[in-house]
Design a protein around this ligand. Structure first.
Ligand SMILES: Cc1cc2nc3c(=O)[nH]c(=O)nc-3n(C[C@H](O)[C@H](O)[C@H](O)COP(=O)(O)OP(=O)(O)OC[C@H]3O[C@@H](n4cnc5c(N)ncnc54)[C@H](O)[C@@H]3O)c2cc1C
Ligand code: SF4
Ligand code: SF4
Length: 402
């Protein structure tokens, strides 16, 4: 396989995750929405040195897991603490995607002065279909931007701006965003103290904007006329909801939006994602779905998150937020998390099959290390072979390429 000579080649191979870090690192790179509806770098002049710097941290080129520790779980990774959790403020809990835990933790960080601002995402003010980096400095801003956005979301494109305007920041991002950021921070001695907290969530993948547009039309609205768009939150799981300039509103259940359409539009990089659970974050949150007949039950109820403290630093933050009354917790066992998150378990176990298909067909693939893929493959069974064949077919049809 040839050495990567450009970011365009990485994008064309279907490996870009759309994190936006390259745009923060190199002035001549900007994030754009591609023809296929994904956030991709538009690359101007890029020197060899700049390319090498980007490729060293880009999660599309390589991704290493954190060093193994006694607390590392085969599927879930580093785990200092695991709980069910929810924000004690009912408004925050209701606004959040699940229990509002990420929003409550960020609010606690701002309130205690641990950080000056939080870099996360929200909708573009005048184009709510677009998900863009946002910097929040108040609890109200955090609550307004709570909830999951199932769309291209290059949060790290906002990193240099956030650091230019604020002393210390927390960053909320998808697992690939946080893995990239962790590497980037390690390259500059000034950054660890300026980005003391990294928070993430479990992630099944980023759908193309095409999926969102299909759903907005299915709700009877014109995507061009939207003044507001939420994917979830305001309940658990909450409804996808859109509003237009002429005051019309429409909504759709989580089962119909994510389950019925959005999951069909995932970028290829997400299908070969080795860490959808935020192993590099200090704290990662997920849906602590109640299960019914062995499967997650998406009936509406008060939100509950599963929260994993991955670092000692993260465990200390969680304990402090509980002691301050910002978050309430209840016990949760790793085995219960397996039943709540079957997609994450399956993807981890079949990943080597998908990667093997790419290798056998001479495709470019990222370098993954320290992510326990062999150990998980031993539990993959026939699904691993099925996914090898499925990925092989996708590659032969050229459907992984952009
Ligand atoms: C694309 C995607 C896929 C997901 N897949 C899963 C899954 O497989 N299993 C699971 O349990 N949970 C998944 N989630 C996460 C889940 O929906 C909740 O975000 C999680 O339970 C945390 O809930 P919370 O109430 O604590 O977060 P909240 O308090 O609602 O805070 C959410 C935070 O995440 C930020 N955010 C929202 N969307 C994005 C985005 N696209 N990129 C970067 N930051 C964002 C917001 O700005 C906010 O700060 C996914 C979320 C996304 C965005
Ligand atoms: S994965 Fe991130 S750093 Fe790599 S090319 Fe895509 S946007 Fe840039
Ligand atoms: S599935 Fe993996 S690669 Fe895709 S957005 Fe989520 S963390 Fe990133």
């Amino acid at each position: 396989m040839s050495r990567l000579r450009s970011l365009d080649a990485l994008v064309a191979s279907g490996l870009c995750a759309g994190c936006g870090l390259c745009a923060a690192m190199v002035p001549s790179v900007a994030m754009r929405i591609s023809v296929r509806g994904f956030a991709r770098p538009a690359v101007g002049d890029l020197s060899e040195t700049e390319l090498a710097r980007v490729l060293a941290v880009c999660p599309g080129a390589n991704l290493d897991g954190p060093p193994a520790a006694p607390s590392t779980h085969a599927v879930w990774g580093p785990m200092q603490a695991l709980h069910r959790a929810w924000a004690t403020d009912p408004g925050v809990r209701h606004a959040g995607a699940s229990g509002g835990v990420i929003t409550a933790l960020c609010t606690h960080l701002l309130a205690t002065g641990a950080v000056d601002a939080v870099l996360h995402v929200g909708s573009e003010a005048h184009a709510p279909l677009r998900t863009v980096p946002r910097v929040s400095t108040t609890a109200a801003q955090l609550v307004d931007r709570a909830g999951s956005r199932y769309a291209p979301s290059p949060v790290l494109a906002g990193l240099d701006d956030a650091l230019a305007r604020h002393g210390r920041i927390a960053v909320v991002g998808k697992p690939c965003d946080i893995a990239a950021l962790r590497r980037h921070v390690a390259t500059d001695p000034s950054l660890p103290t300026r980005i003391p907290w990294m928070l993430s969530f479990f992630c099944a993948g980023v759908p193309s904007l095409v999926g969102t547009e299909i759903l907005v039309r299915r709700m009877g609205l014109d995507p061009a006329t939207l003044t507001g768009l939420r994917y979830r939150g305001r309940g658990w799981p909450g409804r996808m909801a859109a509003t237009t300039a002429d005051g019309r509103t429409a909504s759709m259940s989580y089962t119909d939006s994510w389950g019925g359409e959005l999951h069909r539009h995932l970028q290829f990089r997400c299908k070969i994602c080795p860490d959808g659970t935020g192993e590099h974050a200090d704290i990662a949150a997920a849906d602590a779905w109640l299960t019914c007949d062995g499967y997650p039950d998406f009936a509406e109820r008060d939100g509950i998150s599963a929260v994993l403290a991955r670092t000692e630093h993260g465990a200390a933050l969680l304990a402090a937020a509980v002691a301050a009354g910002a978050i309430q917790t209840a016990p949760l066992l790793p085995a219960e998390l397996m039943a709540m998150q079957p997609y994450q378990v399956r993807r981890k176990r079949v990943l080597l099959g998908r990667l093997a298909a790419l290798r056998l067909l001479g495709q470019r693939l990222p370098r993954y290390r320290e992510l326990r893929l062999w150990r998980n493959a031993l539990r993959g069974g026939r699904a691993l072979l099925r996914d090898l064949a499925g990925t092989g077919l996708r590659v032969l049809q050229g459907r992984h390429r952009e």
